[in-house]
Write a protein that binds this ligand. Sequence first.
Ligand SMILES: C[S@@+](CC[C@H](N)C(=O)[O-])C[C@H]1O[C@@H](n2cnc3c(N)ncnc32)[C@H](O)[C@@H]1O
Length: 302
Amino acid sequence: MNRWLSPEMFAAFAAEQTNAHRVFTSPQSWVERLGEDVLISHKSDAARDEALTGLREWTARVGFAPARIFARFLPRQNAERVSPVLLAGDPAATLESVVLERGLRYGIAFNAGYASGLFIDQRENRSFLRTLAPRRLLNTFAYTCSFSVVGAQAGAETLSLDLSKKSLDRGRANFGLNGLALDGHRFLADDVMDVLPRLQRRGETFDVLILDPPTFSLGAGGRRWRVEDQIEDLLRLALELAAPPAWILLSTNCTKLDRPALERAARYALKVARRRGEFHATPALPDFPAGEGARTLWLRVT
Ligand SMILES: C[S@@+](CC[C@H](N)C(=O)[O-])C[C@H]1O[C@@H](n2cnc3c(N)ncnc32)[C@H](O)[C@@H]1O
């Protein structure tokens, strides 16, 4: 099987105004197109070199000349993660750029650490959010606020929560890239597990809530976040803020949590909160092999 994106699929992405997508996936590496640039993620130097050779053949086949090629090593331990390095292209050019996804613009920074600004495996979830036309959107673990941009574009008031002030600043910049004014949009740099109870005490409610936490992090006061231990608590807090009919996106990269595990957590949280809900799946990503990318679940709370 050819694991490189077909020329037809490449053209289909261009037609839908998307230039941020996977182009290749193997057990040892993957390759993403990010606007004018390409990023190779690899587990070894040999895998990087193999991807680079394949990339040169693929770009010739689809007629795409990347401005730059970056590579980042995929370490076993998160603590060892580093920024991408430039393999080809102008070393004097800015390390920032802008990509398009279904007509919306998002900033990329190849010098901002391991993640460059947009998780492309959330594309279908962002599109589904758009169809929901949210009125009040709560975006937890917001990172660069891509879900908030989509919500705002669809007319929602948004609240974006993330521990990282820098990521929220990039979120504000993403609003600007899409010509969205910041009125009606809040950005709060704080620990999600502290903020959600405060929102409940204030009587705030939302019709769409995004829960896409990391597998592990150190929260406020050095408190450990481990998604497999806290997913039910997070969902329970989110359910308190959901004004039915409401939608909750639950998403994770944690390999220990597959879709049945997400459903079990959601069923348990619904039972504890004495709420009813149905599950909804978004379409598979055409540029990701089955089983690759985040596991996700939309929950409709009634
Ligand atoms: C996986 S990323 C979220 C990606 C985002 N949903 C998107 O699609 O762009 C995880 C984010 O959670 C933030 N984070 C980690 N622990 C947190 C906590 N306890 N409270 C708030 N934010 C946290 C990190 O700073 C990071 O930006």
